[in-house]
Design a protein around this ligand. Structure first.
Ligand code: AMP
Length: 547
């Protein structure tokens, strides 16, 4: 028997339509590339979103067409999220920090018809445009006064485009399973792969994070440092309008000084970003003596945070860290936060250590771990194996990529994350490594994450990364690459002495090398791929001496 309830599809325009009705005056403020802070409310935002949808129709955009963005976080980018998806096209956010070759590959693979570009990336696009096979035109996200001279063909100005249109649009009643947005993973191996989100997955993900530990409320002021080009800014642009939260966008500025200033001036209560961002913020706070007292939580995800970072933010600045895990392929949030009942039962030190876990599975996300032969491992918090997930906001296949899809799923249709994890009986997870970042010494795994995060607890260390080096006796042994903190001059002996009583003896790196900079991926994570390339000819002293 079928239920007798209305079959209203879950569509993206309903999110902002709700905000325009119920929270019209709540602000969205954006630091702009042009300079000044831009402010308006959800109501004005919705009117411009409808103008944009009309403009896209005038350009001849059809449902399912891909429209690319190359832009920082800001109000125009937010309008594209809603205008493009809402009228039935696919909002393809491209990470401008990728290598030019990868960007060209992604734009061609997605067959984007138009590209919306921030002023900052016009030169980047000029260098690529000859290689793009399907692009019909470029819209520069600024007003006439700031339009640059450019060699790009078929260029339009965003504000001029919107000015010519009406601010009412009748949203099509789409199938909720229609594609809404596209995001390519930064591609640690091979070509980047596209995750194609749907209206349904996006709305459910927004609801999912709101009932989890990332929950926002109507009196929150949220600053997502995580870019709109990186997995839909972790769902914030879709979740904030549901509760009427105020949004603050940091535009092209990611430095600790700007973030602290925005926190203070806008009285930000929640901010989200990768650990590299929070390490930069901490550095600035220590140097300037400034505080971040308006915050009620800092959300950290995308990479494992060092204990020293969590300790400093919680103890020295009194701001609770909320740690989450996810992937481009999981929309991205799949696990977040430590269950509050568990946290309340712990002593303060243990509470901070518990935050190193990646969080408890969100409603809607199933998780399992398997051994090398695909056999399920127990959820006892001890056994570690490859983590697989499934759920309504987990990918069911990469966009137009049969090769990548061939081994992305197991026989039961679960998505293989490539992360190695243990799962506790109540589904808190601990990621111990990326399967390919593990260091296998004498048949035993060494967690590069643990090693580098322990090293980062040393006050002389600004950043550390551990990679596997070939070793004739052990197969692989760890090399630790260290960036000293400003003004510090640590040496190998000092680093090893610091690590000695904190990790198993056989985990101690065989060598420590110092560098001014560790390479990062386009999403701010340590690039193990690039580090391995840099140190490919390096030979461990222990390997030279080995029998
Ligand atoms: P991306 O698709 O670029 O967001 O990268 C997803 C990958 O980042 C995951 O598969 C993990 O390897 C890593 N990752 C994400 N969140 C965390 C976290 N909280 N702790 C450790 N690794 C993480």
């Amino acid at each position: 028997m079928k239920g007798l309830m209305m079959d209203t599809p879950l569509l993206i325009p309903s999110l902002i339509g709700h905000a325009a009705r119920c929270h019209a005056e709540v602000e969205i403020c954006s630091l702009t590339v042009e300079g000044p802070m831009h402010r308006y409310g959800w109501g004005d935002c919705y009117a411009r979103v409808q103008r944009l949808a009309n403009a896209l129709r005038s350009l001849g955009i059809e449902p399912g067409d891909r429209i690319a963005t190359l832009a920082w976080n800001g109000y125009r980018h937010l309008e594209l999220y809603y205008g493009v998806s809402g009228m039935g096209a696919v909002c393809h956010t491209v990470n401008p920090r990728l290598f030019a070759d990868q960007i060209a590959y992604i734009l061609n693979h997605a067959a984007d018809r138009f590209i919306f570009v921030d002023l900052s990336f016009v030169a980047l696009l000029e260098g690529l445009i000859d290689r793009l096979t399907r692009v019909e035109g470029v819209i520069i996200m600024t007003d006439e006064a700031h339009m640059p001279k450019t060699s790009l063909p078929n260029v339009l100005c965003y504000e001029t485009l919107l000015a010519a249109e009406a601010d009412h649009y009748d949203w099509p009643v789409l199938d909720e399973r229609s594609a809404s947005a596209l995001c390519y993973t930064s591609g640690t191996t091979g070509n980047p792969k596209g995750t194609l989100y749907s209206h349904r997955s996006t709305v459910l993900h927004a609801l999912g994070i709101l009932i989890g530990s990332f929950a926002l409320s109507g009196d929150d002021v949220v600053l997502p440092v995580v870019p709109l080009f990186h997995v839909q800014s972790w769902g914030i642009p879709h979740a904030a309008p549901l509760v009427g939260a105020k949004l603050v966008f940091n535009g092209p500025h990611f430095d600790g000084e700007t973030l602290q200033r925005l926190f203070e001036e806008e009285q930000v209560t929640v901010s989200l970003g990768v650990p590299t961002i929070w390490l930069g913020l901490l550095d600035h706070l220590r140097q300037s003596g400034k505080r971040i007292d308006s915050l009620r939580m800092l959300i950290s995800g995308g990479a494992a945070p060092p204990l020293s970072m969590v300790e400093a933010i919680e103890r020295d600045y009194g701001v609770p860290i909320n740690h989450g895990w996810g992937m481009t392929e999981t929309s991205p949030v799949a696990a977040a936060g430590i269950n509050p009942r568990r946290l309340a039962s712990l002593a303060p030190d243990d509470r901070i250590k518990a935050k190193l876990k990646q969080g408890q599975a969100l409603y809607g996300v199933d998780m399992k771990i398997v051994d090398d032969d695909g056999n399920r491992l127990p959820h006892d918090g001890k056994a570690a194996g490859e983590l697989l997930v499934r759920g309504p906001w987990v990918t069911s296949g990469y966009y137009n990529d049969p090769e990548a899809n061939a081994d992305a799923f197991d026989a039961e249709g679960w998505f293989r994350t490539g992360d190695v994890a243990s799962i506790e009986p109540d589904h808190h997870i601990l990621i111990t490594d990326r399967s390919k970042d593990l260091i296998k010494s004498g048949g035993e795994w060494i967690s590069s994450i643990d090693l580098e995060n322990t090293a980062m607890g040393n006050p002389d260390v600004a950043e550390a990364a551990a990679i596997a080096m070939p070793h004739p006796k052990w197969g692989e042994r760890p090399l630790l690459v260290v960036v000293p903190r400003d003004g510090a001059t640590p040496d190998k002996e000092g680093i090893l002495a610091y690590l000695e009583d904190k990790i198993a003896k056989w985990w101690l790196p065989d060598d420590v090398v110092f560098t001014r900079e560790i390479p990062h991926t386009a999403t701010g994570k340590i690039s193990k791929l690039e580090l391995r390339r840099i140190y490919k000819d390096y030979v461990l002293p222990t390997a030279e001496r080995a029998p």
